[in-house]
Design a protein around this ligand. Structure first.
Ligand code: PEP
Ligand code: MN
Length: 337
């Protein structure tokens, strides 16, 4: 870390900063300049918590040189990670993985029909929410345990690994029994206790970007899981909140190539929550694949008009079939077999 002092900072203030750095067990190296003094901080193994230093008198800014996401970074792990979810591999040179299914699990029949459509058109994994983080308490909250059973049954019937969201630590044991991959939703991306707890498991995790999270915060959230010992993290861009109201969120596609530069973790894209509009899902899926996404997660419902959640952004079975034939052509063009 580098601490930049104000140009009028006096010697006493500089010494106070040096003492604060030393109190953290680190070494301070003053670098006097013609306009101002900078103080280099040496001896840290990783990111330095600068909260005690940032507000000292005479400090203009602190510049972090080491990243808060050491284990998630390419510096730490130069080769891309490949995450195996019950035989479906994300990342590296693997063909992008197509995950599809309804927003929420609504009934045994709905889930089975959705799974059949996903399988028929070549989807490799099944999604469905049993615990739903809805904005309002009066909206459908999900079927809970009953939903997990329907998801598992449908996945088994169609030979598809399943991913579902877990919202609380107390749900982890149960969700692990039914799901091949645990989803941490956008609203929980910075639920650090939950992240630490899934970090202690060996279940693969799909970590969605928080709706207002910077890329650094997104990778730091992944770091929480890695730091506890679980290396199986797949990132998911799902749009961020901006001033734009015509789409549900703003799909930040540049995050895909950027995260691939910064991190070894696979990254997939969810064009359904990113746009909120069925008519945009197909084109943004293809854009994400061109940008280099390691997979796509898309909402598919047997009867979107009757969906209890997110019908407007859900594809029908036929819609998914059409998307998959376009994706097949595109992946061939991109050199995937
Ligand atoms: C979901 O994928 O079901 C979901 C709720 O998405 P997000 O957490 O991205 O809003
Ligand atoms: Mn949804």
């Amino acid at each position: 870390m580098l601490i930049v002092m104000d140009h009028h900072a006096d010697q006493e203030q500089i010494e106070q900063v040096i003492a604060a750095v030393e109190a953290l067990g680190l070494t301070a190296e003053p670098i006097p300049g013609s306009l101002r003094t900078a103080i280099g901080v040496l001896g840290n193994q990783g990111y330095v918590d600068d909260s005690t230093i940032r507000n000292l008198p005479g400090v203009r800014e602190t510049i972090h040189v080491s990243k808060p996401y050491k284990m998630a970074s390419r510096d730490f792990h130069p080769e891309p990670s490949v995450i195996d979810v019950a035989g479906v591999c994300f990342g590296g040179a693997n063909k992008p993985v197509m995950i599809a299914g309804p927003c929420s699990i609504e009934s045994e029949e709905q889930m089975l029909r959705a799974a059949e459509q996903v399988k028929k058109h070549g989807g490799q994994m099944l999604r469905g929410g049993a615990f739903k983080p809805r904005t309002g308490p009066h909206s459908f909250q999900g079927l809970g345990l009953e939903g997990l059973r329907y998801l598992r049954q449908a996945g088994q019937a169609c030979d598809l690994p399943v991913v579902t969201e877990v919202m609380r630590i107390e749900q982890l044991d149960t969700v692990c029994q039914y799901a091949d991959m645990l989803q941490i939703g956008a609203r929980n991306m910075q639920n650090f206790d939950l992240l630490k707890e899934v970090g202690r498991l060996r279940h693969p995790v799909l970590l969605k970007r928080g709706m207002s999270a910077t890329i650094e915060e997104f990778l730091a959230a992944a770091e929480y899981i890695l730091a506890e010992g679980n290396p199986a993290v797949v990132l998911c861009e799902r749009g961020i909140r901006t001033f734009e109201k015509m789409t549900r969120n703003t799909l930040d596609l540049s995050v895909v190539p950027l995260v691939k530069e910064l991190s070894h973790l696979p990254i997939i894209v969810d064009p359904s929550h990113a746009t909120g509009k069925r008519s945009l899902v197909s084109v943004m899926t293809k854009a994400a694949l061109v940008a280099g996404a390691h997979g796509i997660m898309v909402e598919v419902h047997p009867d979107p008009a009757k969906a209890l959640c997110d019908g407007a952004q859900s594809l029908s079975g036929d819609g998914f079939g059409k998307l998959m034939s376009e994706v097949g052509q595109l992946l061939g063009f991109l050199g995937f077999r």
